[in-house]
Structures are given as structure tokens and as C-alpha cells.
Design a protein around this ligand. Structure first.
Ligand code: DOR
Length: 430
């Protein structure tokens, strides 16, 4: 039985090539039919006239902070922030307290998501126990209990032998290693990107090599082992070159870029703004432009937010003491639509592709990420013409550490549907 109809919207699904005004019939949580005209008055109808209708976005990189730092975010608040940003699936980064490195941890995430989450939560596990970088986790066990990928994000895997073994397990179980690339000997307590701005501000810099040398190392390890390495939050032009070359050799390497690395530069730190302090640090205009070109030419597989909530108390410290990270779920689409699509740098199709089919392919979430018949009814409705000021209405996230507060952006998420249920409509939750 059909239970929901979304009619008259511009249905844009890069995965199936659809881009036309159409009506979507939803029942039992899946898409039953997409047609040009059909509708039934007996069912709940959402009139999407003038709106863009896309597959719900998928974020491979969300810090939900639960368990352990519920003062920053919880599975309940983080998934509401996701829905408010049009994301219908988020991957939970395991750098919680305790770290998700055991079946008990995974079972906690899965059961808490069942009761508290309003979007799909995809559990990830760490690569090393406690993310201490010394002892590899029980890969097979964790895959069995639901881990869809492995990452020590927040920290790199410095030990090359452990990374080699992790990639061997990746090949064995066909799960990606999500790789935070940072040579700690080179980053060495730096605050921001090393260069002109860091010198002017007198802040210790992180050289771009700290990232790109590990990208090169892990591309070689993926090639040697046959494992799948997914490079997280790439931020330097040199990293892109390494990835481009490895892809050309047929290495199983994918990568993501964040909305902030695609739109901001190290100049955002000129006023010592702790909100712009992220790891990896914001790069130069040259890096940002290289990232945008790599997004347009397909070298970058997907956009991922690295939504990293922190409390005001922590972020109000002097810049050297404040933690790295900014929130991103609620601003990702409008920021990229305003700064990259409306300015002609990338197409709307490409932006939607990198938020839907791209991430689904990296972590094997298909048939999510498309609006084909039989796929889960995860859908987002967007008013592309609506302008709003970031922060004028409170964030749904528990934290507000965004350098975008006060910015005027275009493209407002109107409605988010998860598994055929409307979870958010006009900023009101079901
Ligand atoms: O900026 C960041 N914040 N980068 C990371 O890798 C970790 C994250 C966090 O957990 O706050």
C-alpha cells in the first residue's frame, strides 16, 4: 500500500540519470514507483512544486560523540542536525569515549541508534585498540557485528606495519580503511597550515607534507595488499596528485573532501578564530582550487562533513588550547550550493552526486544514494531559492562551533524523509 507521495518536484538522481518533474510513490519504506503524473488523493501528499527532490545525503564522517562526550553531541541531537541538513545516513566516527573497538561498543551504537536516531546510523570501528596505534582490533569479529569500515580518525595510524595488516584485512573482508593521514612527527603540535598566514600570526604551522606523505605511503600499501584505502578530509594539492596517480595505476583508493576545505582557506584564521581551527588545517587558495577541480573531474569520490562538535567552553580558549573541529551537517549543502554551484565551479548534478552515489559507493551502502524503484525511501526536498543567515535560527546540533555564523547562504532543506517517514518538515521534527 502506498503511504506517501511526493509530487511535482524536480527529481534529480545522478545515479539513475533522472532529472525531471515527477511524482514519487512510497510504501513500506521503499520507493514503489516514479512517474510523470500519477497521484492518489487517498494518501499523504507532499507538494514539492518548485523544490528539488534528491536522494537523501550520506555522510561518511560524522562525530556523534556518544558515548562519552554527550555535552558536545548525542546520537539523538547529531542525527537531528543531520536530518536538518538533508542527510539521511551518517557514519559514526568511533573516536568516542570509550573508543568503539569491540563488539560491545558496536552493539551500543546500534541499539542506541534504534531508539534515539532519526536517520540511519552506520557504525564504524577503530583500526587499533583504543585508537592507541599499537594493537590491531579483531577485524572479523567487528565486521560480523556490523562495522562497515575502520578508522582511527582523530589520529593517524602511524605504524606502517599495522596499516599494512589493516589493509590486508580490508582486502579479506571487503571493508574500507578510512584514513586520517597525518605524520605526527611533521605536524608536531602545529595549530594551522604552515605558510604566510601562520608566520604572520606567529602560530606554529603544520606543513602540507604531514598529510601528503601518508597519502603516498597508504596508496602504496593499498596497492601492495589489494586493500581499499579511503583518504579522509583531503586538504592539499599534493595529496590530490598522489591519489590521481594511484587511481591511474588501478589502486583501490577513494577520497573525500569536506565543505570547509572546499570553500575556506587559512585566511579564515586571521582573527585567531578558533571556529576555523580544524585538523587537517585549512589550506591555501591554491589547495582549495585544486580540491574544487578534483571534485569536478571525479578524482574526489565524495563530500563528507567531518562534523566535529565542541562546547563553547573548549572553543573559547586561546587558539593554541582550543580543540580542532567545526560542525558541518546543517550547512554542508547550502554552503557548497552557494559557493560552488551558484558561482559556476561545479554543476548541481555533480554536487548531488558527491553527496549521494559517491559516498554510498565508498562504503557499499547501495541501493541507498539513489531514487530508483525498490530503493529505501530516503529523500530530501530542497528550496534552492531560499536564502537564510547561518545561526539566525539555533542549530539542531548541541554545539555551535561554526565559522559560518552570520553568512548568508542559499538552498534551504525543507523536508527530510527516512525510510518513507517524514522526519523533518520546515524545521519541525516528527
Ligand atoms: O578537526 C577535526 N576534529 N579533525 C579530526 O580529525 C578530529 C575531529 C574531532 O574529533 O574533533
Amino acid at each position: 500500500m502506498t503511504s506517501l507521495i511526493v509530487k511535482n518536484g524536480r527529481v534529480l538522481d545522478p545515479a539513475s540519470g533522472l532529472d525531471e518533474v515527477a511524482t514519487i510513490l512510497i510504501g513500506d519504506g521503499v520507493i514503489k514507483r516514479i512517474s510523470g503524473s500519477r497521484e492518489s488523493l487517498r494518501e499523504q501528499i507532499i507538494d514539492a512544486t518548485g523544490l528539488l527532490v534528491c536522494p537523501g545525503f550520506i555522510d561518511l564522517h560524522t562525530h556523534l560523540r556518544e558515548p562519552g562526550r554527550e555535552d558536545k553531541e548525542t546520537i539523538a541531537t547529531g542525527t537531528r542536525a543531520a536530518a536538518a541538513g538533508g542527510f539521511t545516513s551518517v557514519c559514526a566516527i568511533p573516536n568516542t569515549n570509550p573508543v568503539i573497538d569491540s563488539q560491545t561498543g558496536l552493539r551500543f551504537i546500534i541499539s542506541r541508534a534504534e531508539t534515539d536516531a532519526c536517520v540511519n546510523v552506520v557504525p564504524l570501528a577503530s583500526v587499533t585498540r583504543g585508537q592507541c596505534g599499537e594493537e590491531i582490533v579483531e577485524f572479523g569479529d567487528l565486521v560480523y557485528y556490523g562495522a562497515k569500515g575502520f578508522t582511527d580518525d582523530g589520529h593517524p595510524v602511524m605504524n606502517t606495519e599495522i596499516m599494512r595488516r589493516a589493509l590486508e584485512y580490508s582486502a579479506m573482508f571487503d571493508v574500507p580503511i578510512l584514513d586520517h593521514c597525518e605524520d605526527l612527527l611533521l605536524s608536531d603540535g602545529g595549530i594551522m597550515r604552515e605558510g604566510f598566514v601562520s608566520t604572520k600570526l606567529g602560530l606554529k604551522g603544520i606543513p602540507p607534507l604531514a598529510e601528503s606523505m601518508q597519502v603516498a605511503r597508504d596508496a602504496d600499501l593499498a596497492e601492495y595488499t589489494g586493500g581499499h584505502v579511503h583518504i579522509m578530509h583531503i586538504s592539499t594539492a599534493q595529496s590530490i596528485e598522489h591519489i590521481r596517480r594511484a587511481k591511474a595505476r588501478g589502486v583501490r583508493i577513494t577520497c573525500e573532501a569536506t565543505p570547509h576545505h572546499l570553500t575556506l582557506t587559512d585566511e579564515a584564521l586571521y582573527n585567531f578564530s578558533t571556529a576555523a581551527k580544524v585538523n587537517p588545517p585549512l589550506g591555501t587558495a591554491n589547495d582549495r582550487d585544486a580540491l574544487v577541480s578534483a571534485l569536478a573531474d571525479g578524482t574526489i569520490n565524495c563530500i563528507a562533513t567531518d562534523h566535529a562538535p565542541h562546547t563553547d567552553i573548549e572553543k573559547d580558549q586561546p587558539i593554541c588550547d582550543a580543540p580542532f573541529g567545526m560542525i558541518g551537517l546543517e550547512t554542508a549543502f547550502p554552503l557548497l550550493y552557494t559557493r560552488l554551484v551558484l558561482t559556476g565551479h561545479i554543476s548541481l548534478q555533480s554536487l548531488v552526486d558527491k553527496l549521494t552515489r559517491g559516498p554510498a559507493g565508498v562504503i557499499h551502502l547501495e541501493p541507498r544514494g539513489t531514487l530508483t524503484e525498490g530503493a529505501p525511501a530516503d529523500i530530501v526536498l530542497i528550496n534552492l531559492d531560499k536564502e537564510f543567515t547561518v545561526g539566525a535560527e539555533p542549530f539542531f546540533s548541541k554545539s555551535a562551533n561554526s565559522p559560518l555564523i552570520g553568512e548568508k547562504l542559499c538552498g534551504r532543506i525543507e523536508t527530510t524523509i527516512v525510510g518513507g517517514k517524514v522526519v523533518m518538515h520546515n524545521r519541525v521534527f516528527a
